[in-house]
Design a protein around this ligand. Structure first.
Ligand code: SF4
Length: 509
């Protein structure tokens, strides 16, 4: 690969480290690294571990997390049982479903990571590209193939892209991570607005014939500089999807910024170039791309699927199970996997709302399944719709315990109000926004502030964020607030809203 950026000036230190040694090289070096104490592992090697999906966790004392990729949330019971077994053996019986449909095991050593990687490979899974400046886990419709509302089945397209991108040395040195989303579901379950490149369903009629395909959004992302993705003018046919991905990712690789680390995502290139220039570049590689078409979009459903729902296959249902903040025990995952075998065909899915689905359940087994399931299918309108990031239990960036505060808000607000519709509270530990505060009804970003001379946990607040057809980031309130103040503000906002809202009005619109 010609590294067209390597002679640029002012490359940041991550770029210099990547030019010295490719991130993927770490995979072969794992056995050697595992013999060293954490203090003896060089900073750039700790960084490169991300390419293997391994992340140094808080506090930096030699323990790591491993992120297992599940493209579009695909998971079978054999894989789930292996993951559960590994989490019991190495990860304190705990697993985390992430906002990109991956599963993490925490509290592991590098020697454990080697064993885990070997065991998951035997059931067709990998952690390669779970983190790092590479294409990340492909987000998608967790219902693909069974979704009565999807425009078409995206399974083959997702799996083709996974095959092409995973561990591909052509794309192992991007300016930053690259987040791809592919979904043909009309309810924006792929969260198009906050991905680097997102395919959403669209139809086009020409010469009396209607063709199914995609519209594409680019340059979305949250973090400290949130951008809603920009919609391109193209109509991409399903068979053009992989070429389109290759084209966008190659442009990002070759022209993306590599100077200031906080200014390297695709969103910054899209900002600098503008949509027209980007489209011109894409057309150089794909001159036959068509334009136009109509969105196939309906109301955003927050990526939530609680309860039983009919599939497109006659007589079969899927079950949407709630996992609060994505944290569950390995025992519970194993139990759900066994139930999926007993009552279905052993197929599960993870969602980007950090929940779990069991699919292909015949109608006659639904009651028994629900009775035996360790997770709720009918969470309330608070607990079924909020999110929190890893927080200061494991994350080096986190100044606060996000999960504690989310639960405290659930308890406080749940006692005071009668919620008759989802109210989405997202508590994220820092401005990286892993828990998507900017698209929540009430978003909290954690920090610290001085109050009466002492440092206390503090929050910035945003309200009214959403994705889908009416995507907008939440309105950010001025200042920082203590948790007691957050409770009072939330209380007042909700009371006012519930009093004055129109019958069909959601919190965002
Ligand atoms: Fe860590 Fe910040 Fe992400 Fe939370 S939002 S997991 S604190 S990086």
């Amino acid at each position: 690969m010609e590294q067209v950026w390597k002679d640029r000036e002012n490359l940041n230190k991550n770029e210099i480290a990547k030019l010295e040694k490719d991130g993927l090289a770490i995979i072969d070096e794992l056995p050697q690294l595992a013999k060293k104490s954490f203090e003896d592992i060089a900073w750039d090697d700790v960084e490169r571990l991300k390419w293997a999906g391994i992340y140094a966790q808080r506090p930096k004392n030699g323990l790591f997390l491993i992120r297992i990729k599940l493209p579009s949330g695909q998971l079978n019971s054999k894989q789930a049982k292996v993951i559960a077994q590994l989490a019991k053996q190495y990860g304190k019986n705990e697993i985390q479903i992430t906002i990109r449909q991956c599963i993490q095991i925490h509290n592991i050593t590098l020697a454990d990571a080697i064993a885990i990687r070997k065991a998951i490979a035997e059931v067709g899974l990998t952690s390669v590209g779970g983190c790092g400046d590479v294409p990340r886990n492909i987000l998608g419709n967790p219902l693909m193939g069974i979704d009565p509302e999807e425009l078409f089945d995206t399974s083959n397209l997702v799996n083709e892209a996974v095959e092409f991108l995973t561990g591909n040395p052509e794309y192992s040195n991007l300016p930053r991570k690259f987040k791809l989303s592919i979904s043909a579901n009309p309810h924006d379950v792929g969260f198009a607005g906050i991905n680097d490149c997102a395919f959403v369903p669209a139809v086009k009629t020409s010469h009396g014939e209607t063709v199914d395909g995609f519209h594409v959004y680019v340059g979305g992302g949250l973090s400290r500089d949130p951008h809603l993705a920009v919609k391109l003018d193209f109509f991409v046919k399903p068979e053009e999807t992989l070429d389109f991905i290759k084209t966008v990712i190659t442009i990002f690789r070759d022209y993306g910024f590599r100077e200031k680390r906080t200014h390297c995502r695709l969103k910054h290139l899209v900002d600098a170039w503008g949509k027209e220039k980007l489209q011109e570049e894409i057309l150089k590689a794909m001159p036959d791309l068509e334009k136009g078409g109509r969105d196939y979009a309906r109301k955003w459903t927050y990526g939530r699927f609680h309860g039983f729902h009919k599939q497109k296959q006659d007589g079969l249902y899927y079950a949407g199970l709630n996992v609060i903040s994505g944290m569950m025990s390995a025992d519970a995952l194993e139990q759900v996997a066994l139930l999926s075998e007993k009552y279905g065909d052993g197929q599960l899915r993870t969602t980007n709302s950090q929940c779990l689905l069991v699919i292909n359940l015949p109608k006659e087994h639904l009651k028994d399944f629900e009775k035996a399931c360790p997770l709720s299918l009918k969470p309330d309108y608070l607990r079924g719709y909020g999110a929190s990031c890893t927080g200061n239990k494991y994350c080096n960036f986190a100044p606060i315990d996000t999960k504690y505060y989310l639960k405290a808000l659930y308890d406080y607000l749940g006692e005071r109000h009668d919620f008759k519709a989802p109210f989405r509270i997202n508590v994220t530990g820092c401005t990286h926004q892993c828990a998507h505060a900017a698209i929540a009804d009430l978003g909290l970003v954690g920090g610290k502030m001085k109050k009466n001379g002492v440092m206390v946990d503090a929050f910035t607040l945003s309200i009214g964020g959403a994705l889908g057809k009416e995507a907008q980031f939440g309105y950010t309130l001025k200042g920082r607030y203590s948790f007691e103040e957050v409770q009072k503000i939330a209380d007042l906002l909700i009371a006012d809203f519930l009093t004055h809202k129109a019958s069909t009005e959601s919190y965002a619109h």
